[in-house]
Design a protein around this ligand. Structure first.
Ligand SMILES: [Zn+2]
Length: 291
């Protein structure tokens, strides 16, 4: 696996996970050991979120030396997180997160998308430790992902490779936040389910659950044929909340879509990461930057 470089930093990384409702921080050692976690709630800081994050970061670091700051952030963002515009943080539009954090904390800062960060953590600490090619997916309020092929996380021209939520799975389907129609995110995400049914995804009926799993499976099967991977790891409250039935239906649908000989062993599994996955992912973004 070549997800990280050769260097083995002795100091911890300050990991910042900037999510939909909260921002979490912790020091993470190179072996994945996690220090005390702290959090600030996005809603409680409509105008001073950045200042609250910096204060929390300084608190977490204390007098320790850190090797780098690794940030996992909701998108969209420009390359390396120079300008981030997370949909849920209205006051951040093209916000220069990387340079502002570097100025405030005086240490190198590396930023990547939250689902891509999770893909790194899945390979180093989760279910994909023995896989050289896999797709890591999040099916939650939104749908995101990261591709690892031949042991490397795919970046793409603008660093945004892995946006599997915008694969079109229903021709002329529901309008998506990206402006297109029938994207996986517009059909199978938490917000899509809520806008279709008028109820939160956690209260979805059987038919909705099966449909969601089948659409995810179709997307994974199609992508597996295109990119030649046999493992997909899925995290996120919608997929995990739907339980075993989700994985059964998704696998069936993926196999129906991926018929080529090299995709015969395709399997969609639950993430091997626990509740620390997002912070581990953020730390891996930092380690990927400095190693
Ligand atoms: Zn879309």
């Amino acid at each position: 696996m070549t997800l990280l470089g050769e260097a083995r930093p002795a100091s911890p990384c300050l990991a910042l996970d900037i999510g939909a409702t909260k921002v979490e921080a912790a020091l993470v050692a190179f072996d994945g050991g996690l220090g005390t976690r702290r959090r600030v709630l996005v809603d409680e800081h409509p105008h001073d979120l950045f200042e609250a994050i910096v204060e929390m970061a300084r608190d977490v670091v204390g007098h320790q030396t850190v090797a780098c700051v690794g940030v996992a952030c909701a998108g969209p963002m420009s390359k390396n997180g120079e300008a981030v515009s997370p949909l849920n943080i209205a006051s951040w539009r093209a916000f220069p997160l990387r340079s502002r954090l570097e100025q405030a904390l005086d240490v190198e800062v590396f930023i990547d998308g939250d689902a891509r960060a999770l893909a790194l953590a899945e390979g180093l600490f989760g279910g994909a430790q023995r896989d050289t090619s896999y797709l890591s997916m999040v099916v939650s309020t939104g749908v995101g992902g990261g591709f690892v092929l031949d042991g490397r996380l795919l970046d793409g021209d603008s660093g945004n490779a892995g946006h599997v939520g915008h694969l079109i799975v229903v021709p002329d389907g529901a309008m998506c936040s990206c402006g297109s129609f029938g994207c996986l995110e517009a059909e199978a995400s938490g917000w899509a389910i809520e806008s279709r049914t008028g109820r939160p995804a956690s209260e979805a009926d059987q038919a909705t659950r099966v449909r969601t799993a089948e659409l995810v499976g179709r997307a994974v099967g199609t992508l597996a044929s295109v990119l030649d991977f046999n493992r997909c790891y899925v995290a996120g409250s919608v997929a995990l909340g739907f339980g075993d039935a989700f994985f059964e239906s998704a696998n069936k649908s993926a196999h129906a879509a991926a018929q080529l000989p090299y995709s015969q062993h395709l399997e969609i599994r639950r993430t091997g990461l626990g509740t620390d996955g997002s912070l581990l992912g953020a730390a891996m973004v930092g380690w990927r930057g400095v190693t």
